[in-house]
Design a protein. Structure first.
Length: 290
């Protein structure tokens, strides 16, 4: 709540420039925890993301780079479908290019599509087509693009249709608005059958917090960082003064969010227990990721 109020006191342009970088986060940590995180940051930024994932995702046997199947999360479907996916990408990439700003179009032009595979991602994308495309430069360097199908927002039933008729554009413009720095190759396109997609690099330089190792102090620090980032996103995309007024000066909203978080965690545990109970006797078949 205090984070949201901070942005009401900033100049609008100051809000747009505000960001929480690695130095800010490191300064929030106890001295004995900074060295470990600093090592992870150095390791993650030492090489480009494509160089990091290329040996893991690509099979170069036979001379022609090909995405390595790692079922159940990454795989080539049967040959006919795989060929259709490649043809679809060849058709849509020039149209996707037009949604990028000029300098990034020139960057994309220096790569050629060589392979594509289906990539299973998060729960929110179940039932949609998601792929990873392998692009190679003339010099033989890789670029991975993630292609994700975009459907109507679940919020449309409650707040009306988006101002953007293209669901991929809605996702892209939302990310550009809320994030301090979006992916260089974030764009959108319509597929041959009218399906909406958005594209971005498969993986840029990012670190995932190892939350399961956090104690109470680290969880509190991490929550404060997340709260700042969330407040900034709302301040850019919404009206920070109205939001601050709605939250008020008391702790009713804080308590309501805490109550919701606990209920959500309890429900997640019940859902997982129900899933595990159905897997054991074979009621539900699952593939375990190795």
């Amino acid at each position: 709540m205090n984070r949201a109020r901070e942005f009401t006191e900033m100049d609008v342009l100051e809000t747009w420039y505000a960001r929480l970088d690695e130095a800010d986060f490191l300064a929030m940590l106890p001295a004995d925890r900074r060295a470990g995180l600093q090592k992870r940051i150095v390791k993650a930024t030492a090489r480009s993301s494509s160089e990091l994932v290329f040996p893991k995702l690509v099979d170069t046997t036979g001379g022609q780079p090909r995405i390595h199947d790692r079922p159940p999360t990454i795989f080539h479907p049967d040959p006919a479908i795989a060929a259709g996916n490649m043809e679809m990408l060849r058709q849509v990439l020039p149209k996707y290019r037009e949604t990028l700003i000029e300098d990034r179009r020139i960057l994309l032009d220096r790569y050629e599509l060589v392979d594509a595979a289906v990539k299973v991602v998060g729960i929110g994308s179940v039932g949609t087509l998601c792929m990873v495309a392998l692009m190679m430069s003339i010099a033989g360097h890789p670029l991975f693009l993630q292609v994700k199908e975009a459907n109507a927002s679940v919020l449309e039933a409650y707040v009306g249709k988006s101002a953007y008729p293209h669901h991929g554009e809605r996702v892209v413009q939302g990310q550009r608005l809320m994030q301090p720095a979006s992916d260089l190759l974030l764009g959108w396109v319509t597929g041959p059958e009218g399906r909406h997609f958005y594209l971005r690099q498969l993986r840029d330089v990012k670190l995932s917090p190892v939350v399961e190792t956090y104690d109470a102090e680290m969880l509190s620090i991490y929550a404060k960082a997340c709260g700042w980032v969330l407040a900034r996103a709302h301040a850019k995309a919404g009206d920070p003064w109205t939001i601050s007024g709605y939250l008020g000066k008391q702790d009713e909203f804080d308590k309501a969010m805490g109550k919701f978080a606990l209920a959500y965690a309890d429900q997640a545990e019940r859902d997982h227990a129900a899933l595990a109970a159905a897997v054991r006797p074979g009621i539900i078949e699952v593939n375990l990721e190795r």
